[in-house]
Write a protein that binds this ligand. Structure first.
Ligand code: F3S
Length: 427
Protein backbone atom coordinates (compact mmCIF):
# COMPACT_ATOMS: atom_id res chain seq x y z
CA UNK A 1 0.00 0.00 0.00
CA UNK A 2 1.28 3.47 -0.89
CA UNK A 3 1.47 5.77 2.12
CA UNK A 4 1.93 9.52 2.30
CA UNK A 5 4.81 10.90 4.38
CA UNK A 6 2.42 11.72 7.20
CA UNK A 7 0.90 8.22 7.13
CA UNK A 8 4.38 6.67 7.09
CA UNK A 9 5.38 8.76 10.11
CA UNK A 10 2.30 7.62 11.99
CA UNK A 11 3.17 4.03 11.09
CA UNK A 12 6.76 4.55 12.27
CA UNK A 13 5.52 5.74 15.65
CA UNK A 14 6.51 9.41 15.29
CA UNK A 15 3.01 10.42 16.44
CA UNK A 16 2.81 8.07 19.40
CA UNK A 17 2.10 4.46 20.12
CA UNK A 18 -1.68 4.53 19.68
CA UNK A 19 -1.47 6.10 16.21
CA UNK A 20 1.25 3.62 15.30
CA UNK A 21 -1.10 0.75 16.27
CA UNK A 22 -3.98 2.40 14.41
CA UNK A 23 -1.93 2.80 11.21
CA UNK A 24 -0.65 -0.75 11.49
CA UNK A 25 -4.25 -1.96 11.70
CA UNK A 26 -5.36 0.15 8.74
CA UNK A 27 -2.47 -1.04 6.58
CA UNK A 28 -3.15 -4.71 7.40
CA UNK A 29 -6.89 -4.22 6.82
CA UNK A 30 -6.36 -2.27 3.59
CA UNK A 31 -3.88 -4.77 2.18
CA UNK A 32 -6.25 -7.66 2.93
CA UNK A 33 -8.90 -5.80 0.91
CA UNK A 34 -6.56 -4.99 -1.94
CA UNK A 35 -6.67 -1.24 -1.29
CA UNK A 36 -3.78 0.64 -2.88
CA UNK A 37 -3.97 3.60 -0.54
CA UNK A 38 -5.82 5.25 2.30
CA UNK A 39 -8.21 8.17 2.00
CA UNK A 40 -8.76 11.06 4.40
CA UNK A 41 -11.92 11.06 6.45
CA UNK A 42 -13.17 13.60 8.95
CA UNK A 43 -16.42 11.81 9.77
CA UNK A 44 -16.34 8.61 11.81
CA UNK A 45 -19.28 6.77 13.39
CA UNK A 46 -18.06 3.91 15.49
CA UNK A 47 -17.90 2.62 19.00
CA UNK A 48 -15.46 2.65 21.85
CA UNK A 49 -18.10 1.56 24.36
CA UNK A 50 -16.97 -0.80 27.09
CA UNK A 51 -20.07 -1.48 29.15
CA UNK A 52 -21.07 -5.00 28.12
CA UNK A 53 -20.38 -7.56 30.89
CA UNK A 54 -17.53 -9.05 28.87
CA UNK A 55 -15.82 -5.70 28.25
CA UNK A 56 -16.45 -4.60 31.84
CA UNK A 57 -14.65 -7.70 33.10
CA UNK A 58 -11.88 -7.17 30.56
CA UNK A 59 -11.38 -3.58 31.75
CA UNK A 60 -11.31 -4.70 35.39
CA UNK A 61 -8.78 -7.46 34.70
CA UNK A 62 -6.41 -5.67 32.31
CA UNK A 63 -6.21 -2.11 33.57
CA UNK A 64 -9.23 -0.08 32.52
CA UNK A 65 -10.72 1.29 29.33
CA UNK A 66 -7.36 2.03 27.71
CA UNK A 67 -6.87 -1.74 27.66
CA UNK A 68 -10.33 -2.24 26.11
CA UNK A 69 -9.64 0.35 23.39
CA UNK A 70 -6.19 -1.10 22.68
CA UNK A 71 -7.44 -4.67 22.36
CA UNK A 72 -10.81 -4.17 20.69
CA UNK A 73 -10.35 -0.96 18.69
CA UNK A 74 -6.66 -1.18 17.82
CA UNK A 75 -6.17 -4.97 17.80
CA UNK A 76 -3.26 -4.59 20.20
CA UNK A 77 -2.74 -6.88 23.19
CA UNK A 78 -0.27 -4.29 24.45
CA UNK A 79 -2.16 -1.54 26.29
CA UNK A 80 -1.34 1.92 24.96
CA UNK A 81 -2.51 5.26 26.26
CA UNK A 82 -5.56 6.43 24.28
CA UNK A 83 -5.18 9.91 22.77
CA UNK A 84 -8.17 12.05 21.84
CA UNK A 85 -9.92 11.57 18.52
CA UNK A 86 -8.15 13.29 15.63
CA UNK A 87 -11.39 13.76 13.66
CA UNK A 88 -15.10 14.17 14.35
CA UNK A 89 -16.34 10.86 15.75
CA UNK A 90 -19.86 9.85 16.78
CA UNK A 91 -20.75 6.94 19.04
CA UNK A 92 -23.28 4.57 17.47
CA UNK A 93 -26.19 3.12 19.43
CA UNK A 94 -25.35 1.51 22.77
CA UNK A 95 -26.94 -1.10 25.02
CA UNK A 96 -28.63 1.00 27.69
CA UNK A 97 -30.76 4.07 28.37
CA UNK A 98 -29.48 5.13 31.80
CA UNK A 99 -32.61 7.23 32.41
CA UNK A 100 -34.90 4.21 31.97
CA UNK A 101 -32.78 1.37 33.30
CA UNK A 102 -35.56 0.14 35.59
CA UNK A 103 -38.06 -0.06 32.71
CA UNK A 104 -35.44 -1.94 30.69
CA UNK A 105 -34.79 -4.33 33.58
CA UNK A 106 -31.12 -3.35 33.98
CA UNK A 107 -29.23 -3.21 37.28
CA UNK A 108 -27.71 -0.21 39.10
CA UNK A 109 -24.30 -1.83 38.59
CA UNK A 110 -24.84 -1.93 34.83
CA UNK A 111 -25.76 1.76 34.89
CA UNK A 112 -22.65 2.65 36.90
CA UNK A 113 -20.42 0.76 34.45
CA UNK A 114 -22.16 2.29 31.46
CA UNK A 115 -21.64 5.80 32.82
CA UNK A 116 -17.97 5.07 33.53
CA UNK A 117 -17.49 3.78 29.99
CA UNK A 118 -19.23 6.86 28.57
CA UNK A 119 -16.96 9.13 30.64
CA UNK A 120 -13.97 7.46 29.00
CA UNK A 121 -15.47 7.92 25.55
CA UNK A 122 -16.17 11.59 26.26
CA UNK A 123 -12.55 12.02 27.39
CA UNK A 124 -11.49 10.61 24.02
CA UNK A 125 -13.53 13.33 22.32
CA UNK A 126 -16.23 10.97 21.03
CA UNK A 127 -19.65 12.59 20.59
CA UNK A 128 -22.11 10.60 22.69
CA UNK A 129 -24.85 10.65 20.08
CA UNK A 130 -25.65 6.97 20.84
CA UNK A 131 -27.79 6.40 17.78
CA UNK A 132 -28.00 4.29 14.65
CA UNK A 133 -29.28 7.37 12.81
CA UNK A 134 -26.56 10.04 13.23
CA UNK A 135 -28.02 11.96 10.28
CA UNK A 136 -30.99 12.86 12.53
CA UNK A 137 -28.60 14.80 14.76
CA UNK A 138 -26.99 16.97 12.14
CA UNK A 139 -24.29 14.54 11.06
CA UNK A 140 -25.18 14.89 7.40
CA UNK A 141 -22.06 14.38 5.27
CA UNK A 142 -22.20 15.97 1.83
CA UNK A 143 -22.19 14.20 -1.53
CA UNK A 144 -18.82 12.62 -2.22
CA UNK A 145 -17.54 13.02 1.36
CA UNK A 146 -15.48 10.07 2.57
CA UNK A 147 -16.74 8.65 5.88
CA UNK A 148 -16.00 5.68 8.10
CA UNK A 149 -19.34 4.57 9.49
CA UNK A 150 -20.57 1.48 11.27
CA UNK A 151 -24.20 0.25 11.46
CA UNK A 152 -25.84 -1.09 8.33
CA UNK A 153 -28.90 1.18 8.35
CA UNK A 154 -26.69 4.26 8.75
CA UNK A 155 -24.25 3.11 6.06
CA UNK A 156 -26.95 2.57 3.44
CA UNK A 157 -28.49 5.98 4.24
CA UNK A 158 -25.09 7.69 4.07
CA UNK A 159 -24.23 6.14 0.69
CA UNK A 160 -27.60 6.22 -1.00
CA UNK A 161 -29.59 9.19 0.29
CA UNK A 162 -26.69 11.55 1.03
CA UNK A 163 -24.34 10.36 -1.71
CA UNK A 164 -21.47 10.33 0.79
CA UNK A 165 -19.06 7.40 0.71
CA UNK A 166 -18.49 4.68 3.25
CA UNK A 167 -18.12 0.94 3.51
CA UNK A 168 -19.65 -0.89 6.46
CA UNK A 169 -16.83 -0.43 8.93
CA UNK A 170 -16.34 -2.15 12.26
CA UNK A 171 -15.23 -1.32 15.76
CA UNK A 172 -11.56 -1.76 14.85
CA UNK A 173 -11.45 0.23 11.62
CA UNK A 174 -13.50 3.10 13.08
CA UNK A 175 -11.25 3.16 16.15
CA UNK A 176 -8.19 3.41 13.91
CA UNK A 177 -9.89 6.00 11.66
CA UNK A 178 -10.81 8.17 14.61
CA UNK A 179 -7.15 8.41 15.67
CA UNK A 180 -5.67 8.91 12.21
CA UNK A 181 -8.37 10.44 10.00
CA UNK A 182 -7.71 7.67 7.46
CA UNK A 183 -9.61 4.68 6.07
CA UNK A 184 -8.73 2.24 3.24
CA UNK A 185 -9.71 3.54 -0.20
CA UNK A 186 -11.72 0.65 -1.62
CA UNK A 187 -15.32 -0.49 -2.15
CA UNK A 188 -17.86 2.35 -2.06
CA UNK A 189 -15.19 5.05 -1.75
CA UNK A 190 -14.39 4.47 -5.43
CA UNK A 191 -16.63 6.06 -8.07
CA UNK A 192 -16.86 3.09 -10.43
CA UNK A 193 -17.90 0.73 -7.63
CA UNK A 194 -21.00 2.82 -6.96
CA UNK A 195 -22.85 2.08 -10.17
CA UNK A 196 -26.07 0.08 -10.13
CA UNK A 197 -26.04 -3.63 -10.90
CA UNK A 198 -29.71 -4.73 -10.73
CA UNK A 199 -32.87 -3.03 -11.97
CA UNK A 200 -36.01 -3.11 -9.81
CA UNK A 201 -39.12 -1.73 -11.49
CA UNK A 202 -42.07 -0.78 -9.30
CA UNK A 203 -45.63 -1.35 -10.44
CA UNK A 204 -46.77 1.57 -8.25
CA UNK A 205 -45.42 4.11 -5.76
CA UNK A 206 -44.90 2.75 -2.24
CA UNK A 207 -47.09 4.55 0.32
CA UNK A 208 -46.27 4.72 4.04
CA UNK A 209 -43.18 3.53 5.92
CA UNK A 210 -44.63 0.02 6.09
CA UNK A 211 -44.76 -0.06 2.32
CA UNK A 212 -41.20 1.22 2.03
CA UNK A 213 -40.12 -1.39 4.58
CA UNK A 214 -41.75 -4.14 2.52
CA UNK A 215 -40.05 -2.90 -0.65
CA UNK A 216 -36.68 -2.76 1.11
CA UNK A 217 -37.16 -6.23 2.55
CA UNK A 218 -37.99 -7.65 -0.89
CA UNK A 219 -35.13 -5.82 -2.51
CA UNK A 220 -32.45 -7.02 -0.05
CA UNK A 221 -33.70 -10.55 -0.50
CA UNK A 222 -33.38 -10.51 -4.31
CA UNK A 223 -30.17 -8.51 -4.77
CA UNK A 224 -28.34 -9.53 -1.57
CA UNK A 225 -25.20 -7.33 -1.47
CA UNK A 226 -25.46 -5.86 -4.97
CA UNK A 227 -26.55 -2.32 -5.93
CA UNK A 228 -30.23 -2.07 -6.89
CA UNK A 229 -31.57 0.73 -9.04
CA UNK A 230 -35.26 1.40 -8.40
CA UNK A 231 -37.54 2.94 -11.03
CA UNK A 232 -41.22 3.89 -10.81
CA UNK A 233 -41.05 6.21 -7.78
CA UNK A 234 -43.00 9.35 -8.64
CA UNK A 235 -43.84 10.86 -5.24
CA UNK A 236 -40.66 12.00 -3.46
CA UNK A 237 -40.20 9.83 -0.35
CA UNK A 238 -39.58 11.40 3.07
CA UNK A 239 -36.60 10.85 5.36
CA UNK A 240 -38.45 8.29 7.58
CA UNK A 241 -39.52 6.29 4.53
CA UNK A 242 -35.97 6.03 3.19
CA UNK A 243 -34.69 5.31 6.69
CA UNK A 244 -37.02 2.30 7.00
CA UNK A 245 -36.45 1.24 3.40
CA UNK A 246 -32.67 1.15 3.72
CA UNK A 247 -32.70 -0.59 7.10
CA UNK A 248 -34.94 -3.32 5.65
CA UNK A 249 -32.75 -3.81 2.54
CA UNK A 250 -29.67 -4.08 4.75
CA UNK A 251 -31.41 -6.75 6.87
CA UNK A 252 -32.82 -9.25 4.37
CA UNK A 253 -29.69 -8.69 2.25
CA UNK A 254 -26.43 -6.84 2.60
CA UNK A 255 -27.32 -3.77 0.54
CA UNK A 256 -25.01 -0.84 1.34
CA UNK A 257 -25.95 1.38 -1.60
CA UNK A 258 -29.04 1.77 -3.76
CA UNK A 259 -30.22 4.30 -6.29
CA UNK A 260 -33.76 5.55 -6.87
CA UNK A 261 -33.99 7.18 -10.27
CA UNK A 262 -35.09 10.79 -9.96
CA UNK A 263 -34.66 10.81 -6.19
CA UNK A 264 -31.20 9.87 -4.91
CA UNK A 265 -28.17 12.03 -5.74
CA UNK A 266 -26.30 9.66 -8.04
CA UNK A 267 -29.34 8.70 -10.10
CA UNK A 268 -30.76 11.69 -11.95
CA UNK A 269 -31.33 9.29 -14.84
CA UNK A 270 -31.32 5.52 -15.32
CA UNK A 271 -28.19 5.87 -17.40
CA UNK A 272 -26.37 7.75 -14.63
CA UNK A 273 -27.43 5.17 -12.03
CA UNK A 274 -25.95 2.33 -14.09
CA UNK A 275 -22.98 4.38 -15.30
CA UNK A 276 -23.89 3.55 -18.90
CA UNK A 277 -23.83 -0.21 -18.28
CA UNK A 278 -26.72 -2.65 -18.62
CA UNK A 279 -28.35 -4.16 -15.54
CA UNK A 280 -27.22 -7.69 -14.76
CA UNK A 281 -30.74 -8.67 -13.77
CA UNK A 282 -34.20 -7.11 -13.80
CA UNK A 283 -37.00 -7.57 -11.24
CA UNK A 284 -40.56 -6.27 -11.15
CA UNK A 285 -42.05 -5.47 -7.74
CA UNK A 286 -45.83 -5.65 -7.68
CA UNK A 287 -48.66 -6.76 -5.38
CA UNK A 288 -47.53 -10.42 -5.24
CA UNK A 289 -43.98 -9.49 -4.21
CA UNK A 290 -45.32 -7.01 -1.64
CA UNK A 291 -47.59 -9.64 -0.12
CA UNK A 292 -44.80 -12.23 -0.02
CA UNK A 293 -42.56 -9.80 1.89
CA UNK A 294 -45.40 -9.04 4.33
CA UNK A 295 -46.06 -12.73 4.94
CA UNK A 296 -42.39 -13.47 5.45
CA UNK A 297 -42.08 -10.70 8.04
CA UNK A 298 -45.15 -12.04 9.87
CA UNK A 299 -44.21 -15.70 9.53
CA UNK A 300 -43.20 -16.20 13.17
CA UNK A 301 -46.51 -14.87 14.59
CA UNK A 302 -49.06 -17.37 15.93
CA UNK A 303 -51.94 -15.97 18.01
CA UNK A 304 -53.36 -12.44 17.94
CA UNK A 305 -52.18 -11.32 21.40
CA UNK A 306 -49.41 -8.73 21.42
CA UNK A 307 -47.50 -8.03 24.61
CA UNK A 308 -44.90 -5.56 23.35
CA UNK A 309 -44.97 -2.84 20.69
CA UNK A 310 -41.53 -1.62 19.65
CA UNK A 311 -41.25 1.54 17.57
CA UNK A 312 -38.11 3.43 16.63
CA UNK A 313 -36.00 1.13 14.45
CA UNK A 314 -34.05 2.89 13.07
CA UNK A 315 -34.41 5.54 15.78
CA UNK A 316 -37.57 7.58 15.30
CA UNK A 317 -37.52 11.13 13.95
CA UNK A 318 -39.38 13.87 15.80
CA UNK A 319 -42.19 13.76 13.22
CA UNK A 320 -42.60 10.01 13.74
CA UNK A 321 -42.88 10.62 17.48
CA UNK A 322 -45.50 13.26 16.78
CA UNK A 323 -47.39 10.84 14.52
CA UNK A 324 -47.39 8.24 17.32
CA UNK A 325 -48.63 10.90 19.76
CA UNK A 326 -51.53 11.80 17.45
CA UNK A 327 -52.57 8.13 17.43
CA UNK A 328 -52.12 7.77 21.20
CA UNK A 329 -53.46 11.02 22.63
CA UNK A 330 -56.31 10.46 25.06
CA UNK A 331 -56.02 6.65 24.76
CA UNK A 332 -54.64 4.08 27.17
CA UNK A 333 -52.34 1.17 26.38
CA UNK A 334 -53.72 -2.28 27.22
CA UNK A 335 -52.75 -3.58 30.65
CA UNK A 336 -51.02 -6.64 29.16
CA UNK A 337 -49.04 -4.69 26.57
CA UNK A 338 -45.99 -2.42 26.71
CA UNK A 339 -45.14 0.33 24.25
CA UNK A 340 -41.51 1.43 23.97
CA UNK A 341 -40.44 4.03 21.42
CA UNK A 342 -36.73 4.65 20.74
CA UNK A 343 -35.10 7.83 19.47
CA UNK A 344 -31.77 9.63 19.87
CA UNK A 345 -31.35 11.42 23.22
CA UNK A 346 -31.31 14.89 21.65
CA UNK A 347 -34.64 14.18 19.95
CA UNK A 348 -36.06 12.79 23.17
CA UNK A 349 -35.21 16.09 24.85
CA UNK A 350 -37.02 17.92 22.06
CA UNK A 351 -39.98 15.58 22.55
CA UNK A 352 -39.90 16.41 26.28
CA UNK A 353 -40.08 20.12 25.51
CA UNK A 354 -42.83 19.65 22.95
CA UNK A 355 -44.97 17.72 25.43
CA UNK A 356 -44.78 14.52 23.31
CA UNK A 357 -43.14 12.50 26.08
CA UNK A 358 -46.02 13.42 28.41
CA UNK A 359 -48.57 12.22 25.85
CA UNK A 360 -46.79 8.89 25.52
CA UNK A 361 -46.44 8.53 29.31
CA UNK A 362 -50.10 9.44 29.89
CA UNK A 363 -51.05 6.60 27.55
CA UNK A 364 -48.78 4.21 29.47
CA UNK A 365 -45.89 4.04 26.98
CA UNK A 366 -42.22 5.01 27.25
CA UNK A 367 -40.00 7.16 25.08
CA UNK A 368 -36.41 5.97 25.43
CA UNK A 369 -33.05 6.78 23.88
CA UNK A 370 -29.52 5.55 23.31
CA UNK A 371 -30.49 1.91 22.67
CA UNK A 372 -33.06 -0.44 21.08
CA UNK A 373 -34.43 -3.89 21.81
CA UNK A 374 -32.19 -5.74 19.35
CA UNK A 375 -28.94 -4.05 20.43
CA UNK A 376 -29.65 -3.75 24.16
CA UNK A 377 -31.48 -7.10 24.20
CA UNK A 378 -34.04 -5.69 26.62
CA UNK A 379 -37.68 -6.74 26.34
CA UNK A 380 -40.60 -6.23 28.72
CA UNK A 381 -40.76 -9.06 31.25
CA UNK A 382 -42.42 -12.19 29.88
CA UNK A 383 -42.60 -10.81 26.33
CA UNK A 384 -43.51 -13.45 23.76
CA UNK A 385 -44.97 -11.44 20.87
CA UNK A 386 -43.64 -8.13 19.63
CA UNK A 387 -45.33 -5.87 17.08
CA UNK A 388 -43.28 -3.32 15.14
CA UNK A 389 -43.41 -1.03 12.11
CA UNK A 390 -39.77 -1.87 11.37
CA UNK A 391 -38.93 -4.70 8.97
CA UNK A 392 -35.44 -4.73 10.44
CA UNK A 393 -36.67 -5.27 13.98
CA UNK A 394 -39.21 -7.92 12.81
CA UNK A 395 -36.34 -9.66 11.01
CA UNK A 396 -33.91 -9.69 13.94
CA UNK A 397 -35.95 -9.99 17.15
CA UNK A 398 -37.26 -13.56 16.59
CA UNK A 399 -33.79 -15.12 16.13
CA UNK A 400 -32.02 -12.88 18.68
CA UNK A 401 -34.62 -12.86 21.45
CA UNK A 402 -36.75 -15.93 20.71
CA UNK A 403 -39.99 -13.95 20.33
CA UNK A 404 -42.70 -13.93 17.66
CA UNK A 405 -42.98 -10.81 15.52
CA UNK A 406 -45.84 -8.91 13.95
CA UNK A 407 -45.00 -6.35 11.28
CA UNK A 408 -47.36 -3.63 10.10
CA UNK A 409 -48.00 0.08 9.86
CA UNK A 410 -47.37 2.54 12.67
CA UNK A 411 -51.16 2.79 13.10
CA UNK A 412 -51.51 -1.04 13.26
CA UNK A 413 -48.82 -1.10 15.96
CA UNK A 414 -50.32 1.67 18.09
CA UNK A 415 -53.75 0.06 17.81
CA UNK A 416 -52.22 -3.26 18.88
CA UNK A 417 -50.73 -1.49 21.92
CA UNK A 418 -54.16 -0.13 22.84
CA UNK A 419 -56.15 -3.33 22.22
CA UNK A 420 -53.46 -5.84 23.24
CA UNK A 421 -54.28 -7.67 20.03
CA UNK A 422 -53.04 -7.61 16.45
CA UNK A 423 -55.65 -6.60 13.91
CA UNK A 424 -53.31 -5.31 11.23
CA UNK A 425 -53.62 -6.53 7.68
CA UNK A 426 -52.19 -5.78 4.26
CA UNK A 427 -54.61 -3.63 2.28
FE1 F3S B 1 -31.11 0.99 15.07
FE2 F3S B 1 -31.49 -1.03 16.68
FE3 F3S B 1 -32.86 -0.82 14.52
S1 F3S B 1 -29.54 -0.24 16.01
S2 F3S B 1 -31.57 0.22 13.05
S3 F3S B 1 -32.94 0.61 16.26
S4 F3S B 1 -31.99 -2.72 15.32
Amino acid sequence: MKLTDHEQKMLDGTHGQAKQKAMDLLVRYGEALGAERLVDTRNVCGTAGGSTPFLRDFAAKFGGYDAVFSEFNLDSSETVENPRAEVFTCQVIQGLDCDHWQVLGATPQAVAHHKESERHEAELGIQLTNTCAPYLLGNVPVKGEHCAWMESSAVIYCNSVLGARTNTEGRESTGAAMLTGKIPYWGYHIEENRRGTHLVELASDPGDIMDWGLLGYYLGDVVQDEIPVVTGVHAAPTLPKLKHFGAAAASSGGVELYHIVGTTPEASTLDQAFGGRSPRERFVYGPAERRAAYEKLNSTARGADVDYVMLGCPHYTIDQIWEACCLLEGKRIHENTSLWIFTPRAIRELADKNGFTDIIRAAGGWLMSDTCSAVGQHLPKGCKVVATDSAKQAHYLPPIMGVQARFGSTRDCIEAAIRGRWEGALT
